[in-house]
Write a protein that binds this ligand. Structure first.
Ligand code: AMP
Ligand code: GLY
Length: 427
């Protein structure tokens, strides 16, 4: 099978890596790709630029499966256009991608179908905003549309919430994506990322993972796209997975089918385990980043066969199995991230990119001859797997210590709750 992976982050590097190792896959092309996919030969230099037409490229490559990484093209309907051209796609059409593309749609969908979620009000003007802020003491403000992962704010006070929300409503914060927003009750609890491969009717849950979204250690500071993740999550055993499947994924898939949405691709539920039970914070219509970099190394079998079966509407549940042990991924970011960052810094210490159970996935990098230069905020994601999380973390941080570029930083406490509970100290 010839597979085209669309996207340029660490998630897509990990997907290309696992697909290239799949028995069913003969060729992998990652486009537009990054420095890592270029070094691995999955992004040949003659591919068209990032703004070229993906349907034409998939046709030219005679791709038999397209795996869509990022949300923006999914929300814009790229999967529909590929399917219309007769190409199998792992990724929902624009109708299903609204679960991520509109937080208001997702909230109403969950309310319609009995999926447990935080209470929220939809707000489109200052009067509705004041009424919503009066109704709940502690809030989260969420821009309705896509805002590159930055549209969720956790304000410190009512005044800060009001200011931030007004900047969304007048378009100054996130353009049209913020002209409608949700004011949502703020919940507390551990977060969990669950990824399900869906074929329109049936779904297969992948091992649970946890992302660390905040920039600072101890999970403080501004939200980011994700600074690291680990898989699996202790305590989320088979019985708990079955309970979460029943509570969240069964009604979601049934609701999609009921609304005539043929959802073929990844469905990601971001959960918070509150004292009152699990609540869905968000859906994503794609693989998580960096969760994917920790989840895929925990799978044995044929990822290509799994994703192709989902695209074909006939899920092959036996295509992959979970491996024992634990995996961790830690993101190395550029100075300034999650704000504006400097680019073009040479990265050193990348060899070897891959060892048994240890990979250096590239995210914001580009190849410049023999050099790799930084080209984004999240630059690399280093993943290691071992018998337990403490062992995986030790191997991961050992590898990170050998890599560098000017201004590089990473969180040293990924997995800290689990490691502390296991008695392994704080790292
Ligand atoms: P989202 O993009 O919706 O996942 O939100 C990003 C992050 O904001 C989540 O991972 C949570 O850490 C936090 N968050 C979102 N919604 C809530 C909520 N209702 N209560 C508390 N934290 C939240
Ligand atoms: N790591 C969170 C996300 O992919 O949205």
């Amino acid at each position: 099978m010839r597979v085209l992976v669309i996207g340029s982050g660490g998630r897509e590097h990990a997907l290309a890596w696992r697909l290239a190792a799949s028995p069913s896959v003969r060729t992998v092309v990652a486009w537009p790709g990054n420095g890592g996919t270029a070094l691995a030969g999955w992004t040949p230099p003659d591919l068209p630029p990032a703004d070229a037409d993906a349907v034409a490229l998939a046709g030219r490559l005679q791709a038999q499966l397209v795996v869509l990484g990022p949300e923006a093209p999914l929300v814009a309907g790229l999967a529909d256009r590929l399917r219309a051209a007769g190409i199998a796609v792992c990724g929902p059409g624009a109708d299903g991608a609204r679960l991520e593309g509109s937080k208001v749609f997702a909230k109403q969908f969950m309310q319609r179908h009995g999926v447990p979620t935080a209470a929220a009000r939809t707000v489109t003007d200052a009067a509705e905003l004041d009424a919503a802020l009066d109704a709940v003491a502690d809030v989260v403000v969420k821009a309705d549309g896509l805002a590159a992962g930055k549209g969720v704010l956790l304000p410190e006070s009512r005044e800060a919430a009001r200011r931030a929300a007004l900047a969304m409503l007048d378009g100054s914060a996130f353009g049209d994506a913020g002209r409608r927003l949700l004011v949502e009750e703020r919940l507390t609890g551990r977060e969990l990322s669950l990824l399900a491969v869906c074929d329109g009717r049936d779904y297969l849950l992948l091992p649970a993972s946890q992302d660390h979204k905040r920039a600072g250690e101890g999970d403080r500071g501004p939200n980011t796209g994700g600074m690291g993740a680990y898989c699996p999550v202790p305590g989320v055993d088979g019985a708990e997975m079955a309970r979460l499947a029943e509570l969240v994924f069964a009604p979601t898939l049934a609701g999609l089918a009921e609304e005539g949405i043929d959802y073929r691709g990844l469905l990601y539920a971001g959960l918070m385990m509150t004292p009152a039970g699990p609540r869905v914070l968000e859906y994503n219509c794609r693989f998580g980043d960096p969760e994917t970099q920790a989840v895929l190394p925990m799978l044995d079998g044929d990822l290509g066969r799994l994703l192709a079966s989902a695209a074909a509407g006939a899920l092959d549940r036996g295509a992959v199995t979970a491996r024992p042990g634990a995996a961790i991924t830690v993101v190395m970011a550029a100075a300034g991230y999650p704000g504006p960052c400097e680019k073009g810094r040479p990265v050193t210490g990348l060899d070897p990119g891959e060892e048994p159970d240890r990979q250096v996935f590239h995210a914001g990098t580009r190849r410049d001859g023999e050099r790799i230069l930084t080209a984004g905020g999240r630059v690399l994601a280093v993943t290691a797997r071992a018998a337990d999380l403490a062992g995986a973390a030790a191997r991961c941080y050992e590898r990170l210590a050998g890599i560098g570029f000017e201004g590089a930083w990473y969180r040293r406490d990924i997995g800290w709750q689990v490691l502390a509970a296991a008695g392994g100290g704080d790292e």
